[in-house]
Design a protein around this ligand. Sequence first.
Ligand SMILES: [Zn+2]
Length: 240
Amino acid sequence: MLKNEAGHWYVIFSCEVAEIEPLPVGNSEIGIDLGVTHFAALSDGTFIDNPRHLRHGQATLKRRQQALAKKKRGSHRRKKAVKLVAKAHRKIANQRRDFHHKHSTQLVQQHQTIVFEELQIINLTKHAKPKQDENGTYLPNGAAAKSGLTKSILDAGWGQFQHMCVNKAACAGRVVLFVNPRYTSQVCSTCGTVRKKSLEERWHSCECGCELDRDTNAAVNILRLGRSQRRETCVEAPPF
Ligand SMILES: [Zn+2]
């Protein structure tokens, strides 16, 4: 496939999974909570942080977009500014893809089973339509409130990352599971008690003595859900 992006021609090969060969079956399992504070919190207590160079790229993009907004329509300078904006976009996309490749490869190499939350990306990112009440007055639909979160989700590119993990796991003979995200951040991963938290609360503290980063607690719950989901699947399978 040939693609032109910001004046650059690309030849696109579908070989992104070629780096992963079938791997021996292992025992390691990991639950992953994708987030905004960290790119990912893992159930083993480690984190994958968002790369700093992406933030630099985003700052450059913002600066160039502001410069573009000041250029006169149809001017030569405007054309130049448009190209610079596209170039910044391309650089961010490439850096993000490299980052996702690196970490999806590592995860698949290290773990036999990877468990994610099912993402509700479509609901969060689709353009919220304004709703009307019986009198024809527009009701607030929370679109503005959501947009900050939406931007974070799009920026994090979680879907692309999960997609890479699924493809690489398939090549390596490893497993990626998806679980329902409900309550994963509210339930204590040690005792199962519900500990309600607001979005700002970053720490999970439970009477049972469990003290964990909020997202680590969620990742452990995700792993637990993945295990029970697999057990259920095994029970349903015919007993050979
Ligand atoms: Zn507890």
